[in-house]
Design a protein around this ligand. Structure first.
Ligand code: FES
Ligand code: FES
Length: 164
């Protein structure tokens, strides 16, 4: 017997996608295995590490904790959505400049949490930055550099906007 399928329509990284999925798959399985956007990582699979963080309608969420069907009609951004043609996104540039990347496994999730934070609050203080990435674990423990990178990114984005 043919299994029931769910008709899903999402906007992901600015592109509209319409596809039939198994209703039981997670958002993380959809993103990595079906859409082949491998930047989003799977760490714990139970909402504890933040490696799978994506942005949905402007908010950072753990893709491993959601069904793909819950993305229906939503605007989704993965780390690939930061890609620029010829240069790094300012958040990526700041992470690079501040040595905020070691093995890189946590980095996509950190970038997504940062993107959501700076969209909502372009000028966060250090405590707000720490809170925004509290759900993102870095097993290389480079937290100080990551916080520095996020602070730098906030300044860089504001400078870019002022230069307009
Ligand atoms: S893989 Fe989703 S929180 Fe760890
Ligand atoms: S840079 Fe290795 S887990 Fe964070």
């Amino acid at each position: 017997m043919k299994k029931n399928k769910y008709q899903l329509c999402i906007m992901i990284n600015g592109e509209e996608k319409s596809l039939e999925i198994d209703p039981g798959i997670t958002a993380l399985e959809l993103i990595r295995d079906i859409l082949e956007l491998k930047g989003t990582k799977e760490g714990c699979g139970i909402g504890e590490c933040g490696a799978c963080t994506i942005v949905i309608d402007g908010r950072a969420v753990n893709a491993c904790l959601m069904f793909a069907a819950q993305l229906d009609g939503r605007e989704v951004m993965t780390v690939e959505g930061l890609n620029r043609e010829e240069e790094l996104h300012p958040i990526q540039q700041s992470f690079a400049d501040r040595h905020a990347v070691q093995c890189g496994f946590c980095t996509p999730g950190m970038l997504m949490s940062t993107h959501a934070l700076l969209t909502e609050n372009p000028n966060p203080d250090r405590a707000q930055i720490v809170k925004a990435v509290a759900g993102n674990l870095c097993r290389c423990t480079g937290y100080r550099s990551i916080i520095d990178g996020i602070e730098d990114a906030a300044g860089r984005i504001q400078k870019n906007e002022n230069q307009g």
